[in-house]
Design a protein around this ligand. Structure first.
Ligand SMILES: NC(=O)c1ccc[n+]([C@@H]2O[C@H](COP(=O)([O-])OP(=O)(O)OC[C@H]3O[C@@H](n4cnc5c(N)ncnc54)[C@H](O)[C@@H]3O)[C@@H](O)[C@H]2O)c1
Length: 274
């Protein structure tokens, strides 16, 4: 559905790698709803991904930035304000990577250098993004900043390994910075806790197809897909959500409030009978 609820708003979308990325679908939806975007990703992702295809579709400029580098982020924000012709109304942090998960290291056998990287890329980068935006004073009042998270921050999903810790930190950063940005600039900061979604980052988790299947059966509405998430982000960037801040917003078809479902009971009973 396309509206004009982001008309006149401009901002940065981090993390569109390919057409499966949540950030990719979000960029399309922001454009469809009248918003103006600047796209960014890590230099290696720009070389390997398809961001230029997306940039053409949404009429966006692209600036590369490693979200773990202060210098890159400073250049990104300065360049974005120049190219977009003013301060920003929204930022989407859609970034996640764990070398331990990628290389199949279990939680009781972590490589600590990689653990640092997981936390730096997947969580501290959110603080870096906000601190840089804050210091350079690039946010308009009543702006909206979002990061994407997963319920493994609250509940154990063993194969999610050190990413669970990164997500817990990410959600905590949203609250701590949300307080400051609210006071100083009326800028709201939230995380969206998304259902398991079939993307490059998602499918890197061992046993991911089981995650998706289980969550689908445990959610009264079924799993929220990337497009549903993109729509929710548009709502959160619009003025319709202006008093929502410092929240971890569950976007999961009801998964987080469900104890068990008939679907799951049936599978267990069928198994017992056979
Ligand atoms: N896919 C899921 O099941 C799921 C569920 C809940 C939350 N999320 C979260 O959604 C967000 C987006 O992931 P996705 O599923 O769209 O996968 P994706 O692989 O398409 O996106 C992850 C992005 O992070 C970027 N990135 C990695 N290191 C970076 C760095 N140093 N600097 C800048 N960018 C960097 C990658 O280039 C990529 O574009 C992540 O935070 C992820 O944890 C995903």
């Amino acid at each position: 559905m396309s509206t004009n609820i982001l008309q006149g708003k401009k901002g940065i979308v981090f993390g569109a790698l390919d057409e499966k990325s949540i950030a990719w679908k979000t960029a399309l939806k922001i454009h469809e709803n009248g918003g103006q975007i600047l796209l960014t990703n890590a230099p290696i992702a720009l070389r390997m991904g398809k961001i230029n295809e997306l940039a053409e579709m949404v009429n966006a400029e692209v600036i590369s930035a490693d979200a773990t580098s202060n210098e890159d982020l400073e250049a990104l924000f300065t360049g974005a304000c120049e190219k977009l012709g003013g301060k920003l109304d929204f930022i989407l942090h859609s970034i996640g990577m764990s070398p331990n998960v990628r290389k199949g290291r279990a939680y009781n056998n972590l490589n600590y250098d990689w653990y640092h990287k997981t936390l730096d890329i997947s969580a501290m980068s959110f603080h870096r993004v906000m601190q840089t935006a804050d210091k350079l004073d690039v946010m308009n009042e009543w702006g909206s900043i979002l990061a994407l998270t997963y319920i493994a921050a609250q509940r154990v999903f063993p194969d999610y390994s050190d990413m669970a810790n990164a997500k817990a930190l990410l959600e905590s950063i949203a609250r701590s910075y949300g307080y400051r940005f609210g006071k100083s600039k009326k800028v709201r900061v939230n995380t969206i806790s998304q259902s398991p979604t079939n993307t490059t980052a998602g499918t890197g988790v061992p046993g991911f197809s089981a995650f998706i299947d289980y969550a689908e059966k445990m959610s009264p509405l079924g799993n929220a897909n990337a497009e549903d998430c993109a729509n929710y982000i548009v709502l959160m960037f619009s003025d319709l959500s202006r008093m929502v801040t410092m929240q971890n917003l569950m976007h999961d078809g009801g998964f987080s409030s469900t104890g068990i479902t008939e679907d799951v009971v049936k599978i267990i009973l069928d198994k017992e009978e056979n």
